[in-house]
Write a protein that binds this ligand. Structure first.
Ligand SMILES: [Fe+2]
Length: 173
């Protein structure tokens, strides 16, 4: 089950802020999370909700190791124009997302945890105490896994302009 708490930028826990409830993080961050039976994910109703959407047309399984984390820069703050949907099939890690006030919130994910990150939300991933994580990833159209790194694009890129509109609408899009 996904664990949620506030963190400082260095990843240490920030207890000076109230811990957000899982069902409130969508309004805070644009992230939604569920828990499903990872052994039966092919027939899971929650996952089917994404699969049935006509714009989600591709899925594969990929593994994150310390080496891949380094080479793909997954641990660096980035966004995706189309958001991302992931299901943890084994291992796990930390999904850190920025809230609407640009503060970090951490989701600790493990086997069976399913989450979606809205388009334009800055986020990053780390393995935590896990040696690896295996994930199902679902995306729109042809997979390009396009990521825009905050250090490169800053906060005024086109994706962030769209993000602000989505966030102002409570991440209903
Ligand atoms: Fe990402």
């Amino acid at each position: 089950m996904v664990q949620v708490f506030c963190i400082y930028p260095d990843g240490t826990r920030d207890d000076s802020r109230p811990t957000p409830a899982l069902d409130t993080i969508k309004a805070l961050t644009g992230v939604q999370a569920w828990h499903v039976d990872a052994e039966k994910y092919k027939t899971d109703d929650t996952l089917s909700m994404f699969r049935k959407r006509p714009d989600y047309s591709y899925e594969d399984i990929f593994q994150i190791t310390p080496e891949i984390l380094e080479t793909k820069k997954i641990g660096e703050e980035h966004l995706h124009p189309d958001g991302e949907v992931r299901l943890c099939l084994s291992g796990g890690g930390n999904v850190d997302v920025r809230d609407t006030e640009d503060r970090w919130i951490r989701l600790v994910v493990s086997k069976g945890d399913l989450w979606s990150v809205a388009p334009g939300v800055f986020h990053r991933f780390s393995l935590g105490d896990n040696e690896q994580g295996t994930f199902l990833r679902i995306c729109m159209g042809s997979p390009c896994w396009k990521a825009a790194f905050r250090a490169a694009v800053g906060d005024s890129c086109e994706e962030r302009q769209r993000y602000r509109k989505i966030a102002a609408n409570g991440f209903q899009f």
